[in-house]
Design a protein around this ligand. Structure first.
Ligand SMILES: [Zn+2]
Length: 359
């Protein structure tokens, strides 16, 4: 059970669309509730406050990057979902025909954002002394090793790719995706995510960097390992083997499901790693502060938003002594927020919430 619920406490988009993702990717809500909500004003402001769901002031940049990537993952899943469900009619023919590119662009962004989160997590681990370096500078010998490896295994096929599709030939020295392994090591979760993300990237790159992928009646497209064979549309007419093709609609549905389940499994490992950092004493400093201002109705000066938590112990009546006594078994926290004008001392009080705390 998460403390916060996306269908109640999320932004409007999350509230209306969470049901689409919640069965395959429940960990989105777990991560959001525990780590994203504290960067927003939800804990401090009343729900009807305009800034309730907004980020606090001065949230650390690495945390903002993580929160932005996390939300983008959600958005891309929902956009992909709507594209998959899209029904063809006269008003959307072009978008309908282009869905492969659009859906796999969104899947590709999801994969990139996952790497993004691990990249910034590694940076935070370094900042909190949980790892020695953030990015290791490679030695000349290590670079030479990469070059040799590339020469032995990839060079020939990459030249062919360049010749055929003009795809640039380069050697990856650092890439964001490495940080998933860097942070979690080689595990069944990281391995299966990595293999699947290569599939998504290959389809995305084929779709967005090349002419439209040829299909049979707009319904069947070449399997990933047959894309090269059917690169030229002419092959579809004169060298067609239907065993080389998959049903496009089914592929969309299957890949959506697989990707959401794999990201969810990866989050099982991500959450404890992130928690390790968030439990560090100085972590709360990164979460920013609630700071809002509005014009004072009295003097038009700048009013500031402040808050105060009062502790009080409820009284109970002792019939024998005929007096009120303090109950020590529980106390109440009474949170008051108020607008204060430092100029004319005008004050507007908002009672935020009252909670019972059992000792
Ligand atoms: Zn004033």
């Amino acid at each position: 059970m998460t403390k916060w619920k996306l269908n109640i406490d999320g932004d409007r988009f999350e509230q209306t669309h969470w049901h689409i993702l919640q069965h395959n990717f429940p960990n989105y809500e777990v991560f959001w509730s525990e780590f994203i909500v504290p960067m927003t004003c939800r804990n401090e402001l009343p729900k009807d406050h305009a800034l309730y769901i907004h980020p606090k002031k001065n949230v650390d940049a690495d945390l903002q990057n993580i929160s932005m990537a996390h939300y983008t993952i959600f958005r891309c899943f929902i956009v992909a979902h709507e594209l998959i469900l899209l029904k063809q009619d006269a008003s959307n023919e072009a978008i309908y025909a282009d869905r492969l590119d659009l859906i796999y662009s969104n899947f590709g962004t999801i994969i990139d954002m996952v790497s993004n989160i691990f990249f910034f997590l590694a940076k935070l681990q370094f900042r909190f002394g949980l790892r020695k370096t953030f990015i290791d500078k490679k030695s000349y010998a290590e670079l030479e090793g990469l070059l040799k490896n590339f020469f032995d295994s990839d060079y020939d096929s990459r030249i062919q790719d360049f010749e055929r599709t003009k795809r640039p030939v380069y050697i990856d020295i650092y890439k964001m995706a490495d940080f998933i392994f860097d942070v979690l090591g080689i595990t069944p979760e990281t391995e299966s995510f990595n293999i699947f993300s290569q599939r998504i990237r290959s389809i995305r790159n084929a779709a967005i960097h090349n002419p439209v992928i040829g299909s049979v009646n707009e319904k069947f497209i070449p399997k990933l390992d047959k894309l090269k064979k059917y690169y030229l549309w002419g092959e579809l007419f004169y060298n067609l083997d239907l065993n080389d093709f998959v049903d496009k609609e089914q592929m969309f549905v299957d890949d959506f499901k697989e990707l959401s389940l794999l990201v969810n499994r990866l989050w099982d490992k991500l959450i404890p790693k992130y928690r390790e950092i968030s439990e560090n004493g100085s972590f709360t400093k990164l979460l920013g502060t609630v700071y809002i201002s509005k014009p004072c109705p009295e003097c038009k000066g700048d009013m500031q938003y402040l808050e105060m938590t009062k502790n009080y112990f409820p009284n109970s009546y002792d019939k024998n002594k005929k007096e009120f006594v303090l109950s020590s078994s529980s106390r109440n926290l009474f949170k008051t927020a108020y607008w204060n004008c430092p100029n004319c001392k005008h004050k507007e009080i908002i009672n935020v919430k009252e909670t019972k705390v059992s000792e």
